[in-house]
Ligand binder design. Structure first.
Ligand code: ATP
Length: 282
């Protein structure tokens, strides 16, 4: 699996007074099995970018390739692409509308042409993958907690068996426990099912903890595309883009500047703990 963007630009309302260049010359490739984070200040182009991954938006310029094929070429099966690349929007629970959780999660696979029984099997599997057991099948989506609703909505996309799951701010508006539960479930989908994950997030701590690669968007352009340690070593430039590295990065740099031999590239609390104990000879 490969999603490749070559020189992609996207302009809203071209030729009008509302013209807005949301993406400019974006080049990147997402490969099979990666866990990628996308960060960027509000308005930097993240949502516009991810909607190019499954052909929901058509670039104004440049190419989007899925497994090497131009998805906007003649006769390209865009509907099939949208099953391979599942997109979970911000606040996806607003799109829950069926009477029961199980019915809701069946909606996608039924739409793909599966029989009601097959769709039900898929839905049950997807609900299990997000940690919602049988006791939730007949619940109304409206009686679930915020985190449970979010998970049911993610299951709705998972039930279509995507190879890639793209999530726009999946933890927005949840309490700390709900956030951790969702992120742990997503990490499990990656590690156990091998699904490629693309996660848009404002939380540097979440990004540092889970992803192996970070794409930083700034004013419609890719500012950095690298491993978290590399990206966060540019913390001063990130600040210039209205972003901050994880707080632990600042602490580690301050310790290093005071002559304490810690690994200043530590980006998670656990890494920092190990490094500080080592520096203290413990
Ligand atoms: N429908 C639209 N019409 C005109 N301009 C738009 C539209 N949607 C987004 N934009 C503009 O395009 C730019 C990129 O928006 P986008 O939503 O992709 O950013 P974002 O990084 O996802 O922001 P956020 O973090 O706030 O969700 C912004 O300047 C935004 O105002």
């Amino acid at each position: 699996m490969s999603i490749k963007l070559e020189h992609v630009t996207y302009t809203y309302s071209p030729g009008t007074v509302y013209e807005m260049h949301a993406l400019e010359d974006v080049n990147l490739e997402i490969r099979d099995g990666q866990f990628v984070g996308i960060i960027g200040h509000t308005g930097s182009g993240k949502s516009t970018l991810i909607q190019h991954f499954n052909g929901l938006m058509k670039p104004t310029g440049g190419l989007v390739l899925y497994n090497g094929e131009n998805i906007w070429g003649e006769n390209y099966p865009l509907k099939a692409l949208r099953s391979h690349v599942g997109l979970v929007f911000q606040y996806p629970e607003h799109q829950l509308f069926e009477e029961s959780v199980l019915e809701d999660v069946c909606f996608g696979p039924k739409n793909q042409g599966l029989s009601p029984d097959e769709a039900k099997e898929r839905a049950k599997e997807a609900l299990a993958q997000v940690g919602l057991g049988e006791e939730f099948y007949s619940s109304s989506p409206f009686e679930l907690s915020g985190g449970q609703k979010r998970r049911a909505a993610i299951a709705g996309v998972l039930a279509m068996n995507p190879d890639v799951l793209v999530l726009d701010e999946p933890t927005a508006g949840l309490d700390p426990r709900g956030r951790d539960e969702i992120l742990d479930q997503i990490a499990e989908l990656h590690s156990v099912r091998g699904i490629t994950i693309i996660l848009v997030s404002h939380s540097m701590e979440d990004i540092a903890k889970y992803v192996e690669r970070i794409i930083v968007m700034n004013k419609g352009k890719v500012a950095f595309d690298d491993a978290p340690k590399e990206v966060f070593s540019h913390y001063r430039e990130l600040e210039g883009m209205g972003l901050a590295a994880p707080q632990i990065t600042y602490i580690m740099h301050a310790l290093k500047e005071k002559g304490i031999p810690v690994d200043e590239t530590a980006t998670t609390v656990e890494e920092a703990r190990v490094s500080i104990l080592k520096a203290l000879g413990k």
